[in-house]
Design a protein around this ligand. Structure first.
Ligand SMILES: *Cc1c(COP(=O)(O)O)cnc(C)c1O
Length: 380
């Protein structure tokens, strides 16, 4: 994978030994603009903050998306001043109060939450809300199924009539449904079918439940292939979804992932039990995704010519190597069995597509190594 020259320059400018994240705000904006172009006129596009909650990511996207999807009081505070959708199965009273004060659209996850919300709201009829439903299907490719199976998310479909009745009794007026179902789906045609079905289902259910349907949030889930081999086909997605302005999307991964590069310098090259290891200044405490998901994240070798020691530079030629981190655990592995033409101690491995679910999901302080440097670029 080619590292854009301005990103490579930023990596080379980092203090040695190199360990850092480089982000390009322009990439995140381009991704959001492309998704926007695939959606019907009037549809909503929100960024799911949990993929990368750096304030500079929110600032990068603020002009391109309609607002932010948040799932905690912390994320809500981060998105202050912007239109907000607030979800999550464990909202506290304080968080609900903050969401009401921010005039957020609240994705209500259960009947008890409806009661708490109505009790906290000064004017229940004025609260913006949608009912999050965990439908029995349809099955979707991708990872992390959030619906269509037993999860703590949303209202079971068979409890929906009771939830709708409860809402009406309480004076709450749901505007529609929230149906986020999956993460990282690379099959755009299947995703379009899911969206089409979600709109049909919502229309029927709104009728049956006495809801004046204005809002069908199909969540996120647009996939990114970390190996860079496959891509979610936005054109196929656009061609497969109905022209319905009630549609709302809230992707995270698709907007954030390509905007980040994680760079780590090779501190040692060693061989044990027949396997070569490149030991890095960095690791899964900065970028946990490969360990969490059990895959090998590709890297590009950024050659660094400087070598100041009086002895020979350890060098690996035309070989297979595992890229491992600095933690004292054999699970600190970013990549396995990667071919390198030449790799030297002091070269830097650059892992592209690490802008989403990278730093944010990692256990930063395990072993107390220094945190990575962080650089934000905005285009070349
Ligand atoms: C995580 C999440 C998203 C974003 O999912 P991506 O796979 O990153 O697009 C959107 N909505 C909800 C409710 C989520 O939990």
């Amino acid at each position: 994978m080619l590292i854009p020259p301005h990103v490579a320059d930023a990596v080379r400018a980092l203090p040695r030994p190199v360990c850092g994240y480089v982000y390009d705000a322009a990439v995140a904006r381009e991704r959001a603009t492309a998704v926007r172009a695939a959606l019907p006129t009037g549809a909503g596009l929100y960024y799911a903050v949990k993929a990368n909650g750096d304030p500079r990511m929110l600032a990068a996207l603020a002009g391109v998306v309609d607002g932010f999807e948040v799932a905690s009081g912390g994320e809500l505070a981060l998105a202050a001043g912007h239109p907000v959708l607030f979800g999550g199965p464990a909202k506290t009273d304080d968080e609900l109060r903050a969401a009401l004060a921010a005039d957020a659209t609240i994705h209500v996850e259960g009947i008890l939450e409806l009661r708490r919300l109505a009790a906290l709201a000064e004017d229940p009829g004025a609260v913006r809300l949608a009912l999050r439903v965990n439908r029995p299907g349809p099955p979707l490719p991708g990872s992390h199924a959030m619906a269509g199976t037993a999860t703590p998310f949303g209202i079971a479909e068979d409890a929906l009539p009771e939830a709708a009745r409860t809402a009406h009794h309480l004076g709450l007026r749901p505007r529609g449904f929230h149906l986020h179902a999956v993460s990282n789906n690379l099959d755009a045609t299947a995703h379009a079918a899911f969206v089409t079905d979600a709109l049909q289902w919502s229309t029927q259910r709104a009728d049956a439940c006495g809801i004046d349907l204005a809002y069908v949030n199909v969540g996120g889930g647009l996939g990114v292939d970390h190996t860079g081999e496959r891509a979610f086909d936005l054109d196929a997605f656009a061609a497969g979804i109905p022209d319905d302005p009630r549609l709302v999307l809230e992707p995270g991964r698709y907007l954030a992932t390509a905007a980040g590069w994680y760079a780590a310098e090779v501190l040692d090259l060693k061989r044990t039990h027949g396997r070569w290891f490149a030991v890095l200044r960095g690791g899964t405490h900065h970028f946990r995704l490969p360990a969490a998901w059990g895959y090998s994240h590709p890297f590009t070798v950024l050659p660094v010519e400087e070598w100041t020691y009086p002895f020979d530079r350890p060098t690996l030629r035309s070989s297979t190597v595992d890229a491992v981190g600095e933690l004292c655990t054999p699970r600190d592995v970013l990549a396995r069995d990667r071919h390198v033409e030449r790799l030297r101690v002091g070269d830097v491995l650059v892992f592209a597509n690490t802008g989403g679910y990278g730093w944010d999901i990692s256990h930063h302080d395990f072993l107390r190594h220094p945190h990575p440097q962080v650089r934000w670029l905005d285009g070349a």
